[in-house]
Design a protein around this ligand. Structure first.
Ligand SMILES: Cc1ncc(COP(=O)(O)O)c(C=O)c1O
Length: 389
């Protein structure tokens, strides 16, 4: 039998991290334990009712039942461009610089097929959201890790890297606000990234899936840097912003050539997202402020409480600027995985090992504050009384 692509790369596609963790959770639950999961970045909050009501109406309209326009309806692409104008002060052409996606994971994983050739090098941050690897491996690119460390606030120090580091690099993935660290990037950082991309001739794919869950200043867009459109694309999603992870709608903006290339690929792969959901997304964007403020406030309160509790218990916690993640090291030196198992065993709380996001995540763990407040408080109380020495 012919070898499959995945079969040609044994070990390249380990079982998706969260699948293994969920198996452990089920085993503990089967033993009768009351397990609190702070492992997966999937908001526990329901989609706001106002959004679901709009969707319910749209679902009933026969005019929405046909194949959608793959790259997104003109109505949605216009709404996306208007939202970015208002939110970031940037101008986008809805015809050529906006593409809707079936979730940003889909777009991020397909992008390398559109932008790189076999053998090209792609820089992925370490640690990072695991999906960046997928498209690079399937399009037979080479992965090179770009270490993020706490000293630099988990921003890569692009200036400090020699020209030889960028040899053969065709694409750099960035992700701010960052999963798993909660780090936020400022415009100074984006200016450096754009300058490096121009100097060495690579694309930037900046993943802004957590753009609206910020605690201080609103997260900027890379396109606030003049000339960024020459080299960059940026991904946004309704998933975390409006607690709509199951609805599968996101978009990519930026360089018209990159938008055209991914559009062409996707025209050959899928037929876009259900019109009713596209119309619902228009409602979300037009009512953004009132929909997102209460969600952001809930995550901010949770983070304040949980970080305080961990610090009191002797943890070394990175102060997040955004997202609903807390990235931390336990009071005693232990591996990420050992820490996760000890917490599951002793506190019946499931979290994610930092090493699952890349070798530089070793020693850290990630808490996802996507459980009701009462459960988060209970988890903090259980972890606080653990003995580490
Ligand atoms: C950094 C990051 N980017 C993208 C995604 C995917 O989001 P979407 O639901 O839009 O596919 C996730 C999901 O957890 C994520 O953490």
């Amino acid at each position: 039998m012919k070898k499959t692509v995945l079969g040609k790369k044994p070990g390249a596609f380990p079982p998706y991290l969260f699948r293994d963790l969920d198996k452990k959770r089920r085993e503990a639950v089967n033993k009768g334990k009351d397990v609190i999961s702070l492992a997966v970045g999937d908001p526990d909050l329901p989609t706001p009712e106002a959004i679901a009501k709009v969707a319910a109406k749209e679902v009933l309209k026969p005019s929405n039942h046909c194949y959608p326009q793959g790259r997104g309806t003109p109505l949605l692409r216009r709404a996306i461009a208007e939202w970015h104008k208002e939110r970031h002060g940037i101008t986008l052409d809805p015809e050529t610089e906006v593409l809707t996606l079936i979730g940003s994971k889909e777009g991020l994983a397909h992008l390398p097929f559109a932008l790189i050739n076999r053998g090209d090098t792609v820089l992925i941050p370490d640690p990072c959201y695991p999906a960046y690897k997928t498209g690079v491996l399937l399009s037979e690119g080479k992965i090179k890790r770009l270490s993020l460390n706490e000293r630099n606030g988990f921003l890569p120090d692009l200036d400090a890297l020699p020209a030889s580091f960028f040899k053969g690099v065709k694409l750099l993935f960035l992700n701010y606000p960052n999963n798993p660290t909660g780090a936020a990037a400022d415009l100074k950082f984006y200016a450096k990234a754009v300058a490096a991309a121009k100097k060495y001739g690579f694309w930037i794919a900046q993943d802004a899936a957590y753009s609206e869950i910020f605690f201080g200043k609103p997260s900027p867009s890379i396109f606030q840097i003049p000339g960024a459109k020459d080299v960059a694309v940026e991904f946004y999603s309704v998933s975390k912003t409006y607690c709509m992870t199951g609805w599968r709608l996101a978009w990519m903006i930026g360089n018209a050539g990159a938008v055209a290339a991914l559009t062409k690929l996707k025209d050959n792969l899928d037929s876009g997202q259900f019109n009713a959901i596209q119309k619902t997304a228009v409602f979300c964007l037009k009512n953004h402020g009132r929909l997102v403020s209460p969600i952001r406030e809930i995550f901010r309160k949770r983070a304040d409480f949980f970080i305080g509790a961990l610090k009191k218990a002797g943890w070394d916690v990175f102060q997040p600027g955004a997202t609903f993640f807390v990235w931390a090291r336990p009071p005693a030196k232990t591996s990420s995985l050992d820490c996760v198992y000890r917490i599951l065993e002793q506190a019946s709380v499931l979290i994610t090992p930092g090493s699952g996001f890349g070798p530089s995540g070793e020693g850290y763990v990630r808490f996802s504050l996507t459980a009701p407040e009462k459960r988060i408080k209970e988890a903090a109380a259980r972890i606080s009384v653990m003995k580490w020495k």
